[in-house]
Design a protein around this ligand. Structure first.
Ligand code: BGC
Length: 466
């Protein structure tokens, strides 16, 4: 399947060196059969996560979002949106205009979150968020108004209602104390009340996957899946309520935040995890958590490549056996380098510049081997994501007893958007594993901002449309 890409990438590497390097890369090449197995395991885990009694032990959490309808194009109004989930925090003012079916971003502001704050007390983080929101309201002259607010909080939360959302655990680079097990809306409101100089209207909590699905849903009403492949990875989709055993009701659908990043946390992916995945997990701030995510998403891919490069160098297959200080520094090989290295035109030149930057002495074979390594790691990620997405599409098709499903997936995330062959490889895998599903991919434009407004709008207009 990725045959073409790999053959191109092996050009110019002497056969002897190539076969030795391939030995290290072999565990990253997953056959279609293996991917089918992975998909079958995920299929079972989706059911476990939805079940009333199996849920609490399920690694794939399948969280109800209380979003019961996708947009129908009649939504309108002014909203505030908060977006927390990556390295930055954003505040936005969004206007949804019904006549033009447009979601307009009126203005926005980015506040950096220092690394220490990502690991410090939760109160400090929420005070910082409340302060950034205040600055934004002042700058926009919005302070007297109490606009409804959509809060995109891109972590696994047990949602009790649209405005009650309990953090199950931090993921990615965050680990603030005193937040896990707490209601995030309450923490935000408390921080605002501590200041006492402004207030907010009703709050809707949104995962970024849901924001992505909803922002694409405004443009294409058959969008029923949202997927993120960025710093972290995850997907949501519209599930039949009768299958969501933890929520009352028999009719209609509800968007489920799968939290597929946790797939494998019960050890079910042991056969495909490599020794490098194990090191990435063990040296992370949350060992044992989000195994699938750690094989796929932007926060970890560069580090997997770095560990492979160190191993190949130690075994004299790269750089004449000489590493550099940078190569030996955790996280020094950034995931964005992989996109530059694997570029069709100019990729080799980019590789050489990056290797020089990392203080390595390379020759032309070295740079080709490095490109091959990046390709093995990014291909595996794309195929695993493809297998997971195919599982969701197949489930929707079977749920609806259709022979053929036509649906749209809203997608966001730097890995998907920036990597040169990622999306193509992902789609090829989905075609193989979900041959009866015809999927359109729609890249979301700011799902975390505009999508949050959309969820808030749908929630407000909500009941009449169900
Ligand atoms: C979080 C998800 C989020 C994903 C993408 C994961 O680490 O658990 O809630 O959707 O990252 O941002």
């Amino acid at each position: 399947m990725s045959g073409d890409a790999s053959t191109v990438h092996t050009d110019g590497i002497p056969p002897d060196a190539l076969s030795k390097v391939q030995e290290y890369l072999e565990p990253f090449h997953l056959s279609v059969e293996k991917l089918r197995e992975v998909s079958a395991r995920l299929r079972k885990d989706l059911v476990r996560g939805l079940g009333k009694h199996s849920h609490h032990k399920a690694p794939v959490k399948m969280l109800p979002t209380f979003v019961r309808a996708t947009p129908d194009g009649t939504e309108k109004g002014d909203f505030l949106a908060l977006d927390l989930g990556g390295t930055n925090f954003r505040v936005l003012h969004v206007r949804v205009v019904e006549e033009e079916q447009k979601v307009l971003k009126m203005d926005s502001q980015i506040c950096a979150i220092p690394k220490e704050m990502m690991l410090g007390p939760g109160v400090q983080l929420f005070d910082h968020i409340a302060a950034c929101l205040n600055d934004f309201l002042v700058s926009q002259n919005l302070k007297g108004q109490t606009l409804p607010l959509g809060f995109t909080f891109s972590f696994p939360c047990e949602q009790k209602e649209i405005d009650k959302s309990i953090l199950i655990r931090w993921t990615k680079g965050f680990n603030c104390s005193g937040v896990e097990g707490e209601d995030v809306v309450k923490l935000l409101k408390e921080a605002i009340h501590r200041r006492g100089d402004y207030d907010i209207g009703s709050v809707a909590m949104v995962n970024d996957t849901v924001g992505t699905m909803m922002s694409c849903g405004y443009r294409d009403q058959s969008c029923e899946i949202g997927m993120i492949i960025g710093t972290g990875t995850n997907a949501c989709y519209m599930e039949e309520i009768k299958n969501v055993r933890r929520v009352e009701g028999e009719d209609g659908r509800m968007c489920i935040n799968t939290e597929w990043g946790g797939f494998g946390d019960d050890g079910c992916l042991k056969d495909i995890r490599t020794e490098f995945d194990v090191v990435v997990d063990e040296t992370s701030i949350n060992p044992g958590i989000h195994n699938f995510e750690k094989m796929i998403s932007g926060m970890y891919l560069g580090e997997i490549v770095r560990l492979l490069l160190v191993r190949l160098t130690e075994n004299k297959l790269l750089f004449e056996g000489r590493t550099s200080e940078a190569l030996l520094t955790p996280d020094a090989f950034e995931t964005k380098f992989m996109s530059e290295i694997e570029e069709r035109d100019g990729g080799l030149e980019n590789t050489q510049n990056i290797l020089t930057e990392l203080g390595l002495k390379w020759d032309s074979v070295d740079s080709r081997i490095v490109r091959l390594v990046c390709n093995a790691v990014s291909s595996r990620s794309a195929r695993l994501c493809g297998a997971a997405l195919a599982t969701l599409a197949n489930r929707i098709r079977v749920n609806r007893r259709l022979d053929h499903l036509k649906t749209t997936v809203g997608v966001d995330g730097t890995v998907y958007k920036k990597h040169p062959n990622f999306s193509e490889e992902l789609r090829a895998t989905v075609r193989l594993l979900a041959p009866d599903c015809d999927i359109t991919f729609l890249v979301s434009e700011d799902g975390s901002g505009k999508g949050a407004a959309m969820v808030t709008a749908v929630a407000q207009m909500g009941q009449s449309k169900l």
